[in-house]
Design a protein around this ligand. Structure first.
Ligand SMILES: [Fe+2]
Length: 138
């Protein structure tokens, strides 16, 4: 497969794996049960995207990365939960930006559709978390 596309998909996959790990670590921290449920759901989404990205790489003849991005350490370095969640959302916005940059060059229709759905799913999750933080749910 195209090595530029392979490396793009693997970078995204590593970021999603890191996001999933971060969310798994943060899920138990909030007092708000609603926020806990939300973080669990967002974490499952991250794991789903990581798995699908690996499947697309494999389907297109590439080798999926099994690495985890350095985002886990970045979030660990932030002392407070609110700061961690804000950093999480900044990371999620980075993912949308990266997808939107690459999308016009993605010729494979199934992958194109998946990436569109992944970007939209990120919008939804960012919005939900922003709203919870604005309402002071922590
Ligand atoms: Fe993500």
């Amino acid at each position: 497969m195209d090595t530029q596309l392979e490396s793009f998909l693997n970078t995204l996959g590593e970021a999603e794996r890191a996001g999933g790990r971060v969310l798994h670590e943060l899920t138990a921290l909030p007092q708000s049960l609603e926020l806990r449920e939300m973080l669990k759901k967002v974490g499952h989404d991250e794991g789903y995207y990581a798995g699908e990205l690996a499947a697309h790489v494999r389907r297109l003849g590439g080798t999926p990365s099994n690495k985890t991005g350095d985002f886990v350490e970045k979030v660990s370095a932030v002392p407070d939960l609110k700061g961690k969640l804000e950093l999480l959302n900044r990371g999620q916005r980075w993912v949308i930006r990266k997808i939107n940059e690459q999308l016009p060059a993605v010729a494979d229709e199934t992958l194109h559709a998946f990436l569109k759905v992944m970007a939209d799913g990120h919008e939804v999750n960012i919005g939900a978390l922003d709203k919870a933080l604005a309402e002071g749910k922590l």
